[in-house]
Each structure stands twice: as C-alpha cells, then as structure tokens.
Design a protein around this ligand. Sequence first.
Ligand code: NAD
Length: 503
Amino acid sequence: MANDPSAAGPVPTSTAALKEFKHFINGQFVGSQSGKSFEKRSPSDNHLIGHVHEGGQAEVDAAVAAGRAAMDGPWGRMSIDERAALLHKVADEITRRFADFVAAEMADTGQPKSMMEHAFIPRGAANFKIFADVVKNVATESFMTPTPDGAGALNYAIRVPKGVIGVICPWNAPLLLMTWKVGPALACGNTVIVKPSEETPGTATLLGEVMNAVGVPPGVYNVVHGLGPNSAGEFLTKHDGVAAITFTGETRTGAAIQKAAADGIRDVSFELGGKNAAVVFADCDLDAAIEGTMRSVFLNCGQVCLGTERVYVERPLYETFVATLKARAEALKLGPSEEKGVTLGPLISREHQAKVLGYYARAKAEGATIVTGGGVPEMPGALSQGSWVQPTIWTDLPETASVVREEIFGPCCHISPFDSEAEVIAKANDTRYGLSTAIWTRDLQRAHRVAAKIEVGITWVNSWFLRDLRTPFGGSKQSGIGREGGVHSLEFYTELRNICVKL
Ligand code: NAD
C-alpha cells in the first residue's frame, strides 16, 4: 500500500546537531543582516538538518563589492600561471577533504554514497584542474592587414575577464554543476557570486573553507544563500555590478533571469530543462542498451537534466525491452545514502515529490499502462517521512500525453514502439526541449545519420553521460543558450578584445 506523504507526523530533530549555513562573503562566513533564514530538511527522512541564512539586497551588494575589489586587487594582478596553480590547490584540497564533501552532499540530496564517491565529488574537484589547464593553452587570433601606405597593420586579440559573474545553481548535482561554472570563471580571472539552490546549501559553503585554506584572495569566491524571486537569486540577476549570469535550472526560471539580465544588456549562459529521448534499434546490444537506459532513467532518482524520460524501441525488440527494463527497475534497492547496495535515493524534497506524484496520477488518468511503480514505496521507520517515490515505467500513452511532453525530473519513463527511422526521428524531435539523446544500435552508419538529425546539444551513441569536459555542452531550443566546456567556456567567461597597431 502506498503511503500518503501529507499524513506524515512530527519528525524527530536533534537541536544539538543542527547546522547553520552562513554566506561566504569576502573570505568571511557571515549571517544575514535581516536575520531571515529557512530550514533545510533531509530528503531521506525529513529531519531538520539546519537553518540557512537568507540573503537579501545587503548581502548581494556586499558580495558584488567584494568581487569587484578582488578584481581590482590581488586576484586581478595574478598571472595566468599563478591563478592556475591556485585552482589546482583548490582541487587538491577538495580531494583532501573528500569525506566532508561526500557527507555534505549526501545530507543535502540523500543520494547513494557510492555515486557521490565515484562521480559527483571527484568530478567537482576535476572541474578546477581541467579549466585551469585549458586557459593556459588557448591561443588568440592575429591578422596582418594591408594599408594604402604599404606598411600594414597588425591586429591581435587579447582575452580579459568579464568581471563579477553571478552563478545560479540547481540542486540535482550541487558541487559538480556549481564547479563546472566556477572552475572556468575563476580560471579566466573573474570573480564569482554563487547562489546555491535553497535545497542544497552544503558543499557551496564548504568550498568557502577550501578557498581560504589554499589562499584564494578574499572576494574571489562568494556565496550568498537564499531563494529565487524577491530574494538573493533575483537580486543577483538584477545587480548592476554583475557582468554576466550563468544559470542552470528550469526553463521558466531561465526566462525570468533573461528578462532581469536584459536591463544592463548582461550576457547569459543557460543550461535548462530537457525531455530527452532514448532511441533503441532492434539491432542494438540489448545488455548495453538496458544498462545505459537504467542509468539514464534512474540515476540520481531521475533528477538528471540529461536523463531519459521518453524511450522509443524498434518494434521487434519492444516487448523484450519493456519486460527486461521492468525486471531491472523492480530490482533497484531504495534506501538511505550510507546503506550498502542502495541504488536509488529519495527525491530532493516533499515539494518535488508532490510534483512527481502529480505526474504519476496524470499518467494514470490519461490511460497509461503502469508497467511498474506509480506510487510511494513502503519505507521503514523514519524513512517513511522522506520524499520517496517508486521507480516507474509507463507504456501505451499517445505522444500528446503530459508525461510524454513535460519534464518530470523523477525516476520514470514512458516506452513506446516505432517502425521506421523517419518516424523515430520525428518523435524524438517533437518537443520544445533539445538537450540530449541516446541512440542504441550496432549499425554505425545509421547511428551517424540519425544523430545528425536529432535536435539536441549532445547525442550519445551506445552510451549515456560519457563526458569529456573539453567538448561543447549546452542545449538546443528551450534547453539552453550558449555552450560551455573547453574553449567554449572561455568564450563566455572572457571578453575578446582586438588591438589594431598601424605599422
Ligand atoms: P530552478 O529553476 O527551480 O532553480 C534553480 C536556481 O534558480 C535555484 O538556485 C533557485 O533559487 C534560483 N531561482 C529561482 N527563481 C529565480 C529567479 N526568479 N531569479 C533568480 N534565481 C532564481 O531549478 P531546480 O529545480 O533547482 O533544478 C532542476 C532543473 O534544472 C530541471 O529543469 C533540470 O532539467 C535543470 N537542469 C539543467 C541542467 C543542464 O545542464 N541543462 C543541469 C541540471 C539541471
């Protein structure tokens, strides 16, 4: 029987262990001048983890001033080599404090420890090293220009940092997604103000300690906690002193930020929502396709922007694929982060649980066949208070159904059959989003042909979430604006200036 999360009673809290998440401004941990704060609760059992200071205009003003002063001060005077060396130290210090980062991220997200240890935290550290190395190795262009007097002119370009960058982050992979922005922004010589998601204040705060420990000058890395509208998020996006805004989150939040950034004509880089397809041809390696689809649907409890929520399977393989994925989904082990063998954590919050369960109800109402799941699992003891949902697979819905069209961001997918290449390309592209696709086939000619026709920022062939940070990353259509990764991050985090010298 499914639990009713709204019927949850009071949860035990130990006030002795409560955490206080402060802002990190100009190298100091500070509380909010307003005294305002909000609660952070555990996704696993809803116990109170601590209180997060809510930043307002005063904290954003102070952080922007600190960021500007650092640009004009020691940070701005550092050579690329010195900056790059410091960023390597940041990565090394994250690695030295690995256990603290794993613990902070587990507390915030409730996801399995193994995933933190093997992917999210190491990749978070790596973001500093990779971009430090990229900036040292990118040349700029130069042109010799003929002039009437025959002497000519030399044009050459230099790259300069943009200034204070606003970094607005989501909750689904907090350290990884934040450092993917902060790493290149700092490598290029900017300073940053990070507004972490209200759901995940832990690792951004901890990174402040790392910055101080390795000697990053005050004001280079700042964190202002808070909410979005009428809070730190909005104040940051509207601040005159912020040169550019990089944002990862929902498409409709991106639209609000783009409006705010229009005043002052500030640059934006957006990584937004998705409704990603997997395209499974009958000639695929079935084991690999099932393994990859299990990860792309259920990793991080389905809370991955690149995750698959629509699976299209060529008809001869359809029944087998559905039955195999069902068996594998039913073998997932739900449980708390530290428990051995756990493969699925909870959703981030009760609010998000209610949203996902709303889609589960709509799928049923719209006539889906529920292959597996569809509700709230029975969880023992205190875990019954957490934001758990069952891994869920649907079939038999039309392409117009809301769970086939809208981003759910939960551990669920709809599977439908297809008969031709043209049909599946049209279906995969029939969405306002354009983030990622996974194609599973042994026919490489077909793989190249189909991949080129899918309207997304990244297509994987016979894999999923295989990332090389030197490659361009971003979304088509309403999944984003711009590309980051490798030299593309440099394009966003620097201003390219041309200098023309008459010889
Ligand atoms: P969200 O848009 O609700 O919040 C993201 C951040 O924006 C939070 O820090 C929030 O406080 C802030 N915010 C909200 N309203 C704001 C406003 N008006 N002004 C300024 N800041 C504001 O997103 P989320 O729920 O945290 O994250 C999940 C979403 O992120 C999903 O849609 C997912 O697809 C997307 N995502 C995309 C990528 C990608 O690379 N494309 C990666 C991860 C997540």
